[in-house]
Ligand binder design. Structure first.
Ligand SMILES: [Zn+2]
Length: 382
């Protein structure tokens, strides 16, 4: 069955699946995969205070090994519609590029993988191992009713995965220049410092919370948290906001707050980092409260089977040798690495989440070839 990745990607873009809405994106994918012989399970997850989300697990074959592709069909909102050159949900091809929300992140890559599978199955009619897709509608927002629950659901059914490719737009400038083999962790710190309010003319009767906050933040910024390592950049702390909200000039503030974000490498866990923070803050002195919110722990799949396979497939199609990187934000690979070796590879991410998000048609064709080459290398050239 011939399947055009551009047509499928465009059809997915025309389903305006801004998280938590699906608008028919997952059912369209399931129908397409059923046409290729996949057994499809559309599973809805919800919990109190969250919107229900559609997820898809599709598998063709029952024998190991099971080659898995993970991705998401949800997209971020289009933002200012007037700034777009085209309808963000029109799925139009303009000057050699497919435009629309999700073209790069990551309906394009999902369509490429499905098209690659269609070609692979056509070329290997006797294929009797397994290919599966884990697709969620909850990646861009809280990711509560998405991949994490879908993996758990699949494990309870007895599913196991031998390796996984996540189709996030990892390429930096050119398709094939970057594969991600790990990600930094991300932690938010909410710091509230308490002093004693007073008159600026009588500082001896007060304890300036603003001064204490400055001291504490300076302590956190005084030295590099670490120097990074072969696979990861140094851990980095950025202050997001400092809030005192004092409308007067002659009152010493009794409370001051700051929020910071830390992107941390595999030398830390959120727990060890929390201890480090408390030690620094205690040393700076003063009464404070620190609330921690962890968006994801750091992880690494050391270079090996998955990254080797992707590197070879990318080389065959583009002639490039990808950089094996751990840069950027978090992704659902942070859940998948608990189950099997995982690496991320997809389109160029330069327009993701932006106005006029797009993917060159030539890149969609090449990505389909790369995913196809990866399937060939894995199943037929081992
Ligand atoms: Zn994405």
């Amino acid at each position: 069955m011939a399947l055009d990745p551009v047509e499928l990607a465009a059809a997915l873009i025309r389903r305006p699946s801004v998280t938590p809405k699906d608008e028919g994106a997952i059912p369209l994918l399931a129908k397409t995969l059923e046409g290729l012989g996949f057994a499809c399970h559309i599973v809805e997850f919800t919990e109190e205070g969250t919107a229900p989300i559609l997820n898809l697990y599709a598998r063709r074959g029952s024998k190991a090994p099971n080659f898995c592709f993970a991705g998401h069909t949800d997209v971020v909102p289009p933002g200012d519609l007037k700034s777009w050159s085209v309808d963000p949900f029109g799925g139009e091809v303009l000057e050699g590029a497919l435009y629309g929300r999700g073209a790069s992140d990551m309906k394009g890559a999902v369509a490429c993988f499905v098209a690659a599978v269609a070609r692979f199955l056509d070329a290997h009619r006797d294929f009797d191992h397994s290919i599966s897709l884990l697709i969620t509608g909850d990646e861009e927002a809280a990711a509560i009713n998405g991949t994490k629950k879908l993996l758990d659901w699949a494990a309870k059914r007895g599913e196991s995965f031998d390796l996984c490719i996540v189709g996030e737009p990892t390429s930096a400038k050119k398709l094939g220049d970057m594969v991600k083999i790990g990600r930094r962790g991300s932690l938010n710190g909410f710091l509230t410092v308490t002093g004693i309010q007073g008159h600026t003319a009588n500082p001896h009767l007060a304890d300036n919370a603003a001064h204490r906050l400055l001291k504490m933040l300076s302590a956190l910024l005084a030295e590099p948290i670490d120097r990074g390592n072969e696979r990861f950049p140094p851990t980095d702390l950025q202050i997001s906001t400092i809030d005192i909200g004092n409308p007067t000039t002659n009152v010493i503030p009794g409370e001051a707050r700051a929020v910071f974000n830390i992107r941390f490498n595999d030398q830390w866990t959120s727990k060890t980092l929390e201890s480090w923070l408390k030690q620094k803050l205690d040393a700076a002195g003063g009464r404070y409260k620190l609330a921690i919110q962890v968006s994801g722990e750091s992880f690494l799949t050391p270079p090996g089977q998955v990254s080797d396979m992707l590197t070879r497939a990318i080389g065959q199609v583009t002639g490039l040798t990808p950089d094996l990187s751990t840069t950027g934000g978090t992704s659902d690979a942070r859940f998948i690495h608990h189950y099997c070796p995982v690496a991320e590879f997809g389109l160029v991410g330069q327009t993701m989440h932006k106005v006029d998000e797009r993917a060159p048609v030539a890149d969609l064709a090449a990505l389909t070839e790369i995913y196809g080459a990866a399937l060939e290398l894995y199943f037929t050239k081992r």
